[in-house]
Design a protein around this ligand. Structure first.
Ligand code: RIB
Length: 306
């Protein structure tokens, strides 16, 4: 499977602490780490570790963080030909607090990610002639996401959009998507319905299908995912694990989903594979550092009841 990921690269500044502080509160923390992140880069690494050949289009700064992020991508065997180093802007940064239950809060300073333009995607347009699937998120400018989706459509390349961070989206974008993968909060932003039960998840998926999305996969954390397609609407459960850090779980899910689509017998199988990748990712601290490999995902898949 050949996956094109277009999106952000960040360096994650991670503070682990007992409880997330309230506004105005100062708390003492347990540990600090600096690790590669960014939803685009995380999903590129997740897809590569899950078995895909990945090309990544991104924009980083010419600083030490950008250099380190690039090295991490190269170590994963990702094609970085179209990862540009901006001469003026700093690399993206994410400030992340993670509590002992694995919950997090994240603030992103986009830096060079904000300059990933349609022109830069055009410079890599020939990629759309040879990739099997295109995977996008919303940490880079929306006009670039729209432009990439248009190019993918022209070339008959299916698009997965992970609508994170959540925001309202134009109907013309939704109707061009092969798969949309919102989590609970993103689903509420897009549909007005919080999917806190299977019934409400089905209602939200129906709204998105009515807007023209071909397949909707609502990720529901430990509950798994709801898959809605023209063929079926089913809950795909996730394996139970001990969560240490939920950062990057959605990225593990999306990268693995893209990697699995060429190999899985059905979309439901691909979602089950992605659920296992997401579950494994929450058992370790960090985003890219926690992403599982194909063999680990398959081993967890094999443990599911058949
Ligand atoms: O999805 C997790 C990612 O969100 C982190 O790696 C952080 O960089 C932010 O982009």
């Amino acid at each position: 499977m050949s996956v094109l990921v277009i999106g952000s690269s960040n360096t994650d500044l991670i503070v682990q602490l007992e409880n997330l502080p309230s506004p105005g509160q100062t708390v003492m923390a347990d540990a600090f780490s600096t690790l590669p992140g960014g939803k685009g880069a995380n999903q590129a690494v997740a897809a590569a570790r899950a078995g895909a050949f990945v090309t990544f289009i991104a924009r980083i700064g010419s600083d030490a963080f950008g250099l380190r992020a690039m090295r991490c991508l190269e170590t994963e065997g990702i094609d970085t030909t179209f990862v540009l180093r901006d001469p003026d802007l700093a690399s993206g940064i994410a400030s992340i607090l993670v509590d002992r239950r694995g919950e997090n809060v994240i603030a992103v300073i986009p830096g060079a990610n904000a300059a990933l333009s349609p022109v830069q995607v055009d410079a890599a347009a020939t990629l759309f002639e040879r990739v099997s699937i295109c995977l996008l998120q919303l940490e880079t400018p929306l006009p670039t996401v729209l432009h990439a989706t248009g190019l993918a459509k022209e070339h008959g390349v299916p698009v997965i959009l992970n609508p994170a961070p959540g925001r309202k989206l134009p109907p013309r974008l939704l109707s061009d998507l092969f798969i949309l993968t919102p989590n609970e909060t993103e689903t509420e932003i897009l549909t007005g319905i919080l999917p806190d039960s299977e019934k409400t998840a089905r209602q939200a998926a129906d709204i998105l299908m009515d807007l023209g999305v071909k397949n909707v996969v609502i990720t529901l954390g430990a509950r798994g995912a709801l898959l809605a397609s023209a063929r079926e609407t089913v809950m795909v459960p996730a394996p139970t694990v001990d969560a240490r850090d939920t950062t990057g779980a959605g990225d593990a899910f999306n990268g693995a989903l893209a990697a699995a689509l060429g190999q899985a017998r059905s979309l439901a199988d691909a979602v089950a594979f992605a659920n296992c990748a997401g579950a494994l990712a929450v058992t370790r601290v960090g985003a890219q550092s926690a992403l599982p490999r194909e063999t680990q995902i398959r081993a967890l898949m094999d443990q599911r009841p058949h």
